[in-house]
Write a protein that binds this ligand. Structure first.
Ligand code: SF4
Length: 280
């Protein structure tokens, strides 16, 4: 059992930026409202893509009265058929030329990538050296993997983000592919829950994947070093930024007061912590 904050792909940006976040004493957080809505949205997409649009509708009906009505109304606007076409077109694949994985869970344990199966929820193996993550949609083509992340919110996400890069590495290590297309499918209420005609995407070749693998490996080495310092009673270097917003170690971070409020070096802007006054 790990005593550290769980290291997962969704926390990649923070893990990369501030290793101390996975070394200092932490307080486990319950999923907030946006995360719950995201889980609901992911659930519908998975059912719709795995079975049929009708099954997605049944999923929504089964949730009626258990989630806010507007969540259901929003999700009803999504065309599963259209999304499916867009996902396959990212690398000109078809169901016949590729293998589809939905909610495909991977775990990096030391140097070994383990495939844990599809749709395992949050039941990842525990262990302080593990890096776990799930790919919302993985389309394994003959030579290229298409890795897609669903987002249900208005914050624009770059497909070349650490979360997708690291998931791309795990998927390619497992499948033996040397190229990946990373894409974001963002369902934004303000855009009527429709996707843009062309999904934001980036293509990583073998050298890019090597670089991403090194970023992941350096991140894990940095976290191990931060943990070593904490065990010695020292304070590891921290690196505040907007990733602090969801950090579980805020209560023990030297940049924050014990009640989780800022020490005065930062300013709050639109709900995110931005840093700049002292030139970090
Ligand atoms: S609160 Fe921010 S600076 Fe402190 S450990 Fe967490 S991510 Fe790093």
């Amino acid at each position: 059992m790990s005593d550290y904050a769980e290291l997962s792909a969704s926390k990649s940006e923070r893990a990369f930026a501030s290793h101390a976040s996975f070394a200092l004493p932490h307080v486990k957080q319950k999923p907030g409202y946006p995360a719950q809505r995201g889980t609901f949205g992911h659930g519908m997409m998975e059912v719709g893509l795995r079975f049929s649009p009708e099954a997605a509708n049944e999923y929504l009906e089964s949730k009626r009265g258990r989630v806010p009505d507007w969540w259901i109304r929003d999700m009803e606007k999504i065309s599963i058929e259209k999304v499916e076409t867009q996902l396959y077109s990212l690398n000109h694949e078809t169901p016949e030329t590729s293998r589809l994985y939905l909610e495909a869970a991977f775990s990096l344990n030391g140097d070994t990538v383990e495939y844990l199966g599809q749709n395992i929820g949050r039941n990842y193996p525990k262990g302080s050296n593990r890096f776990n993550g799930s790919v919302d949609v993985l389309i394994e083509g003959e030579f290229v993997n298409t890795v897609v992340d669903f987002k249900f919110g208005s914050n624009q996400v770059d497909p070349d983000c650490k979360q997708l890069r690291f998931l791309g590495v795990l998927a390619c290590e497992y499948t033996g592919k040397q190229e990946a297309v990373l894409a974001i499918a963002q369902f934004d209420k303000a855009a009527g829950m429709t996707l843009p005609d062309e999904l934001p995407s980036v293509r990583l070749g073998a050298r890019d994947l090597e670089l991403a693998k090194k970023e992941l490996s350096d991140t894990l080495v940095g976290i191990r070093e931060a943990r070593r310092l904490v065990l010695l009673g020292e304070t590891p270097k921290v690196n505040p930024g907007e990733w602090c917003k969801w950090c579980e170690t805020k209560g023990s971070c030297p940049e924050f007061k014990s009640d989780g409020s800022l020490c005065g070096k930062h300013f709050l802007y639109r709900g995110s912590y931005h840093v700049g006054i002292y030139g970090y």
